[in-house]
Design a binder for this molecule. Structure first.
Ligand SMILES: [Zn+2]
Length: 327
Protein backbone atom coordinates (compact mmCIF):
# COMPACT_ATOMS: atom_id res chain seq x y z
CA UNK A 1 0.00 0.00 0.00
CA UNK A 2 2.69 2.42 1.10
CA UNK A 3 4.81 1.49 -1.89
CA UNK A 4 1.93 2.35 -4.19
CA UNK A 5 1.62 5.80 -2.63
CA UNK A 6 5.31 6.40 -3.18
CA UNK A 7 4.98 5.35 -6.79
CA UNK A 8 1.98 7.63 -7.24
CA UNK A 9 3.90 10.48 -5.64
CA UNK A 10 6.85 9.91 -7.97
CA UNK A 11 4.57 9.82 -10.98
CA UNK A 12 2.79 12.99 -9.95
CA UNK A 13 5.98 14.87 -9.27
CA UNK A 14 7.35 13.75 -12.64
CA UNK A 15 4.23 15.14 -14.35
CA UNK A 16 4.49 18.31 -12.26
CA UNK A 17 8.11 18.98 -13.09
CA UNK A 18 7.48 18.32 -16.77
CA UNK A 19 4.64 20.84 -16.73
CA UNK A 20 6.98 23.38 -15.20
CA UNK A 21 9.83 22.95 -17.65
CA UNK A 22 7.89 22.52 -20.95
CA UNK A 23 6.84 25.89 -22.36
CA UNK A 24 3.08 26.06 -23.03
CA UNK A 25 2.28 24.95 -26.56
CA UNK A 26 0.82 27.62 -28.80
CA UNK A 27 -2.66 26.77 -30.06
CA UNK A 28 -2.94 25.88 -33.75
CA UNK A 29 -3.18 29.08 -35.81
CA UNK A 30 -6.51 30.64 -36.71
CA UNK A 31 -7.32 33.26 -39.33
CA UNK A 32 -10.46 35.38 -38.91
CA UNK A 33 -11.06 36.91 -42.34
CA UNK A 34 -13.84 39.28 -41.33
CA UNK A 35 -13.08 41.80 -38.59
CA UNK A 36 -14.33 45.38 -38.40
CA UNK A 37 -11.95 47.91 -36.87
CA UNK A 38 -14.49 50.26 -35.37
CA UNK A 39 -14.53 53.28 -33.13
CA UNK A 40 -16.22 52.37 -29.88
CA UNK A 41 -19.18 54.45 -28.91
CA UNK A 42 -21.20 54.45 -32.10
CA UNK A 43 -23.13 51.34 -31.00
CA UNK A 44 -22.19 50.62 -27.42
CA UNK A 45 -24.80 47.99 -26.54
CA UNK A 46 -24.85 44.56 -24.96
CA UNK A 47 -25.62 41.66 -27.27
CA UNK A 48 -26.94 38.13 -26.91
CA UNK A 49 -25.45 35.82 -29.53
CA UNK A 50 -27.87 33.87 -31.76
CA UNK A 51 -30.53 36.50 -31.08
CA UNK A 52 -32.33 36.17 -34.40
CA UNK A 53 -34.20 33.05 -33.29
CA UNK A 54 -37.41 34.90 -32.66
CA UNK A 55 -38.06 37.58 -35.29
CA UNK A 56 -40.41 40.09 -33.69
CA UNK A 57 -43.75 40.67 -35.41
CA UNK A 58 -43.72 44.42 -35.85
CA UNK A 59 -46.08 47.06 -37.18
CA UNK A 60 -45.04 50.19 -39.12
CA UNK A 61 -47.27 52.30 -36.89
CA UNK A 62 -45.52 51.16 -33.74
CA UNK A 63 -42.09 52.05 -32.46
CA UNK A 64 -39.36 50.07 -34.17
CA UNK A 65 -37.96 47.01 -32.45
CA UNK A 66 -34.26 47.12 -31.59
CA UNK A 67 -32.05 45.30 -34.04
CA UNK A 68 -30.02 43.57 -31.32
CA UNK A 69 -31.25 41.73 -28.28
CA UNK A 70 -29.77 41.91 -24.77
CA UNK A 71 -32.41 39.76 -23.05
CA UNK A 72 -30.32 36.78 -21.98
CA UNK A 73 -28.48 35.58 -18.90
CA UNK A 74 -25.01 36.65 -19.96
CA UNK A 75 -25.00 39.16 -22.84
CA UNK A 76 -21.66 40.02 -24.46
CA UNK A 77 -20.33 43.32 -23.17
CA UNK A 78 -19.12 46.03 -25.55
CA UNK A 79 -15.63 47.48 -25.09
CA UNK A 80 -15.91 50.84 -23.37
CA UNK A 81 -13.15 52.72 -25.16
CA UNK A 82 -10.93 52.40 -28.24
CA UNK A 83 -7.98 51.61 -25.95
CA UNK A 84 -9.89 48.84 -24.14
CA UNK A 85 -10.97 47.43 -27.48
CA UNK A 86 -7.44 47.40 -28.89
CA UNK A 87 -6.05 45.77 -25.75
CA UNK A 88 -8.76 43.08 -25.89
CA UNK A 89 -8.23 42.37 -29.60
CA UNK A 90 -4.46 42.10 -29.15
CA UNK A 91 -4.78 39.87 -26.07
CA UNK A 92 -7.22 37.56 -27.88
CA UNK A 93 -5.06 37.34 -31.01
CA UNK A 94 -2.03 36.37 -28.94
CA UNK A 95 -3.87 33.90 -26.72
CA UNK A 96 -5.68 32.16 -29.60
CA UNK A 97 -2.72 32.43 -32.02
CA UNK A 98 -5.05 34.31 -34.34
CA UNK A 99 -4.47 36.56 -37.34
CA UNK A 100 -7.21 38.88 -38.57
CA UNK A 101 -8.18 40.42 -41.90
CA UNK A 102 -9.56 43.77 -40.74
CA UNK A 103 -11.16 46.81 -42.33
CA UNK A 104 -12.99 49.92 -41.21
CA UNK A 105 -11.86 53.08 -39.47
CA UNK A 106 -8.40 53.88 -40.93
CA UNK A 107 -7.02 55.39 -37.70
CA UNK A 108 -8.06 52.40 -35.58
CA UNK A 109 -6.80 49.98 -38.22
CA UNK A 110 -3.37 51.67 -38.35
CA UNK A 111 -3.09 51.53 -34.56
CA UNK A 112 -3.92 47.80 -34.49
CA UNK A 113 -1.52 47.08 -37.32
CA UNK A 114 1.26 49.06 -35.65
CA UNK A 115 0.73 47.14 -32.39
CA UNK A 116 0.58 43.70 -34.08
CA UNK A 117 2.01 43.96 -37.61
CA UNK A 118 2.17 40.19 -38.12
CA UNK A 119 -1.36 39.54 -36.91
CA UNK A 120 -3.29 42.22 -38.82
CA UNK A 121 -3.92 42.12 -42.59
CA UNK A 122 -5.46 45.45 -43.60
CA UNK A 123 -8.30 45.83 -46.07
CA UNK A 124 -10.07 48.79 -47.63
CA UNK A 125 -13.63 48.66 -48.91
CA UNK A 126 -15.53 50.58 -51.56
CA UNK A 127 -19.27 50.07 -51.68
CA UNK A 128 -20.30 53.01 -53.86
CA UNK A 129 -18.45 55.45 -56.14
CA UNK A 130 -19.34 58.11 -53.55
CA UNK A 131 -16.93 56.50 -51.05
CA UNK A 132 -13.73 57.50 -52.91
CA UNK A 133 -12.37 58.05 -56.40
CA UNK A 134 -10.90 55.17 -58.41
CA UNK A 135 -7.54 56.97 -58.24
CA UNK A 136 -7.68 57.26 -54.45
CA UNK A 137 -8.58 53.58 -54.18
CA UNK A 138 -5.80 52.56 -56.58
CA UNK A 139 -3.29 54.64 -54.59
CA UNK A 140 -4.47 52.96 -51.36
CA UNK A 141 -3.96 49.41 -52.62
CA UNK A 142 -0.59 50.41 -54.11
CA UNK A 143 0.65 51.89 -50.82
CA UNK A 144 1.62 48.54 -49.33
CA UNK A 145 -0.57 49.03 -46.25
CA UNK A 146 -3.79 47.65 -47.72
CA UNK A 147 -3.50 44.19 -49.24
CA UNK A 148 -7.20 43.27 -49.36
CA UNK A 149 -10.31 44.96 -50.83
CA UNK A 150 -13.15 44.67 -48.33
CA UNK A 151 -15.69 44.91 -47.02
CA UNK A 152 -17.42 45.80 -50.29
CA UNK A 153 -21.14 46.09 -49.54
CA UNK A 154 -23.06 47.47 -52.54
CA UNK A 155 -26.19 45.65 -51.32
CA UNK A 156 -26.70 48.32 -48.64
CA UNK A 157 -26.51 51.01 -51.34
CA UNK A 158 -29.15 49.34 -53.47
CA UNK A 159 -26.47 48.28 -55.98
CA UNK A 160 -25.63 44.94 -57.54
CA UNK A 161 -21.97 43.93 -57.17
CA UNK A 162 -21.90 43.77 -60.98
CA UNK A 163 -23.08 47.39 -61.29
CA UNK A 164 -20.79 49.14 -63.77
CA UNK A 165 -20.28 52.10 -61.42
CA UNK A 166 -18.03 49.82 -59.32
CA UNK A 167 -16.24 48.10 -62.17
CA UNK A 168 -13.12 50.31 -62.29
CA UNK A 169 -12.45 49.62 -58.59
CA UNK A 170 -12.63 45.88 -59.16
CA UNK A 171 -10.41 46.26 -62.24
CA UNK A 172 -7.79 47.98 -60.05
CA UNK A 173 -7.96 45.16 -57.47
CA UNK A 174 -7.65 42.56 -60.21
CA UNK A 175 -4.63 44.32 -61.71
CA UNK A 176 -2.87 44.51 -58.31
CA UNK A 177 -3.72 40.88 -57.40
CA UNK A 178 -5.69 42.10 -54.40
CA UNK A 179 -8.35 39.65 -53.11
CA UNK A 180 -11.85 41.07 -52.76
CA UNK A 181 -14.51 40.41 -50.08
CA UNK A 182 -18.10 41.24 -51.05
CA UNK A 183 -21.05 41.31 -48.68
CA UNK A 184 -23.80 39.09 -50.09
CA UNK A 185 -26.88 37.90 -48.31
CA UNK A 186 -28.11 38.54 -44.86
CA UNK A 187 -28.34 41.87 -43.10
CA UNK A 188 -30.47 41.19 -40.06
CA UNK A 189 -34.10 41.68 -39.14
CA UNK A 190 -35.89 44.60 -40.82
CA UNK A 191 -32.80 45.82 -42.64
CA UNK A 192 -34.77 47.40 -45.51
CA UNK A 193 -37.41 49.26 -43.49
CA UNK A 194 -35.86 49.80 -40.07
CA UNK A 195 -32.21 50.65 -40.55
CA UNK A 196 -31.06 50.81 -44.20
CA UNK A 197 -33.70 51.99 -46.63
CA UNK A 198 -31.63 51.21 -49.76
CA UNK A 199 -30.93 47.62 -48.70
CA UNK A 200 -32.55 44.97 -50.91
CA UNK A 201 -32.58 41.27 -50.02
CA UNK A 202 -32.57 40.41 -53.74
CA UNK A 203 -29.26 42.26 -54.23
CA UNK A 204 -27.58 39.65 -52.02
CA UNK A 205 -28.20 36.87 -54.54
CA UNK A 206 -24.90 35.10 -55.27
CA UNK A 207 -25.77 34.87 -59.00
CA UNK A 208 -25.43 38.67 -59.22
CA UNK A 209 -21.67 38.10 -59.03
CA UNK A 210 -21.51 36.20 -62.29
CA UNK A 211 -21.13 39.16 -64.66
CA UNK A 212 -18.48 40.70 -62.41
CA UNK A 213 -16.55 37.43 -62.33
CA UNK A 214 -16.82 37.07 -66.11
CA UNK A 215 -15.43 40.57 -66.62
CA UNK A 216 -12.51 39.96 -64.23
CA UNK A 217 -11.27 36.40 -64.64
CA UNK A 218 -8.10 37.01 -62.59
CA UNK A 219 -9.89 38.58 -59.65
CA UNK A 220 -10.18 36.46 -56.51
CA UNK A 221 -13.35 37.08 -54.55
CA UNK A 222 -14.81 35.71 -51.38
CA UNK A 223 -18.51 35.95 -50.69
CA UNK A 224 -18.98 37.34 -47.21
CA UNK A 225 -21.70 35.77 -45.07
CA UNK A 226 -21.65 32.86 -47.55
CA UNK A 227 -24.62 34.33 -49.40
CA UNK A 228 -26.84 33.17 -46.53
CA UNK A 229 -29.58 31.95 -46.85
CA UNK A 230 -29.23 31.27 -50.60
CA UNK A 231 -27.32 28.00 -50.45
CA UNK A 232 -28.49 26.78 -53.87
CA UNK A 233 -27.16 29.83 -55.71
CA UNK A 234 -24.00 29.84 -53.60
CA UNK A 235 -23.26 26.21 -54.45
CA UNK A 236 -24.00 26.75 -58.15
CA UNK A 237 -21.81 29.87 -58.24
CA UNK A 238 -18.88 28.12 -56.55
CA UNK A 239 -19.32 25.18 -58.88
CA UNK A 240 -19.11 27.41 -61.93
CA UNK A 241 -16.32 29.65 -60.59
CA UNK A 242 -13.39 27.69 -59.22
CA UNK A 243 -11.74 30.55 -57.32
CA UNK A 244 -14.74 31.80 -55.33
CA UNK A 245 -14.56 31.26 -51.56
CA UNK A 246 -17.00 32.19 -48.78
CA UNK A 247 -16.80 33.34 -45.18
CA UNK A 248 -19.13 32.50 -42.30
CA UNK A 249 -19.21 35.96 -40.77
CA UNK A 250 -22.24 37.48 -39.12
CA UNK A 251 -24.72 34.66 -39.36
CA UNK A 252 -22.37 32.47 -37.28
CA UNK A 253 -23.40 34.37 -34.12
CA UNK A 254 -26.73 35.94 -35.00
CA UNK A 255 -29.00 33.19 -36.35
CA UNK A 256 -30.15 30.13 -34.38
CA UNK A 257 -27.38 27.57 -34.03
CA UNK A 258 -29.36 24.81 -35.71
CA UNK A 259 -29.78 27.06 -38.75
CA UNK A 260 -26.07 27.99 -38.86
CA UNK A 261 -25.06 24.34 -38.69
CA UNK A 262 -27.60 23.33 -41.34
CA UNK A 263 -26.20 25.96 -43.74
CA UNK A 264 -22.55 25.19 -43.04
CA UNK A 265 -23.17 21.46 -43.28
CA UNK A 266 -24.94 21.93 -46.63
CA UNK A 267 -21.93 23.78 -48.10
CA UNK A 268 -19.50 21.14 -46.82
CA UNK A 269 -21.76 18.30 -47.97
CA UNK A 270 -21.88 19.88 -51.43
CA UNK A 271 -18.09 19.51 -51.59
CA UNK A 272 -16.89 23.02 -50.75
CA UNK A 273 -15.07 22.35 -47.46
CA UNK A 274 -11.86 23.73 -49.01
CA UNK A 275 -13.53 27.04 -49.94
CA UNK A 276 -15.09 28.04 -46.61
CA UNK A 277 -13.19 30.52 -44.43
CA UNK A 278 -13.75 31.31 -40.80
CA UNK A 279 -14.85 34.88 -40.15
CA UNK A 280 -16.73 36.61 -37.37
CA UNK A 281 -17.92 40.08 -38.47
CA UNK A 282 -16.35 41.21 -35.22
CA UNK A 283 -17.51 44.66 -34.14
CA UNK A 284 -17.43 45.86 -30.53
CA UNK A 285 -17.80 42.83 -28.25
CA UNK A 286 -14.36 41.34 -27.38
CA UNK A 287 -15.82 37.93 -26.41
CA UNK A 288 -17.42 37.54 -29.84
CA UNK A 289 -14.22 35.84 -31.06
CA UNK A 290 -14.64 32.95 -28.61
CA UNK A 291 -18.41 32.84 -29.14
CA UNK A 292 -17.98 32.39 -32.88
CA UNK A 293 -15.13 29.93 -32.52
CA UNK A 294 -17.30 27.69 -30.35
CA UNK A 295 -19.67 27.17 -33.30
CA UNK A 296 -16.89 25.56 -35.36
CA UNK A 297 -15.51 23.65 -32.38
CA UNK A 298 -18.96 22.20 -31.65
CA UNK A 299 -19.69 21.19 -35.26
CA UNK A 300 -19.68 17.41 -34.71
CA UNK A 301 -20.29 16.74 -38.43
CA UNK A 302 -16.85 18.24 -39.28
CA UNK A 303 -13.64 16.23 -38.95
CA UNK A 304 -10.54 17.69 -37.33
CA UNK A 305 -9.05 18.31 -40.78
CA UNK A 306 -12.20 20.00 -42.05
CA UNK A 307 -12.16 22.33 -39.03
CA UNK A 308 -8.49 23.14 -39.64
CA UNK A 309 -9.32 23.95 -43.29
CA UNK A 310 -12.09 26.35 -42.25
CA UNK A 311 -10.13 27.94 -39.41
CA UNK A 312 -6.82 28.30 -41.21
CA UNK A 313 -5.76 26.38 -44.32
CA UNK A 314 -8.40 27.76 -46.68
CA UNK A 315 -7.56 31.38 -45.81
CA UNK A 316 -3.83 30.69 -46.29
CA UNK A 317 -4.59 29.41 -49.79
CA UNK A 318 -7.10 32.12 -50.66
CA UNK A 319 -4.94 35.06 -49.50
CA UNK A 320 -1.72 33.45 -50.86
CA UNK A 321 -0.07 33.51 -47.42
CA UNK A 322 2.96 31.55 -46.23
CA UNK A 323 1.71 28.90 -43.78
CA UNK A 324 5.17 28.47 -42.25
CA UNK A 325 4.99 32.02 -40.86
CA UNK A 326 2.03 31.13 -38.63
CA UNK A 327 3.38 28.24 -36.55
ZN1 LIG B 1 -21.18 42.26 -44.26
Amino acid sequence: MKKRFVLLFLLLSAVGSQAQTTPPRRPLPIIDVHVHAMRVGTMSVEMCPWFLRDMPGGDPNQQMTAFLNAQCVDPLQPAKSDAEMQAAVLETMNRLNMTIVAYGDPTILRKWKKAAPDRVIAGIGVSSPKDMSVQAFTDSISSGFYTVMGEVAPQYQGLSPSDMSLDAYFAAAEKQNVPVGIHMGTGGNGMANISQSSYRASLGRPFLLEDLLARHPKMKIWVMHAGYPMADEMIALMGANAYVYVDLAGFIWSYPQAEIHAYLKRLVQAGFGKRIMYGTDFMIWPKLFETSLSVIENADYLSFDQKRDILFNNAVRFFRLDASKFK
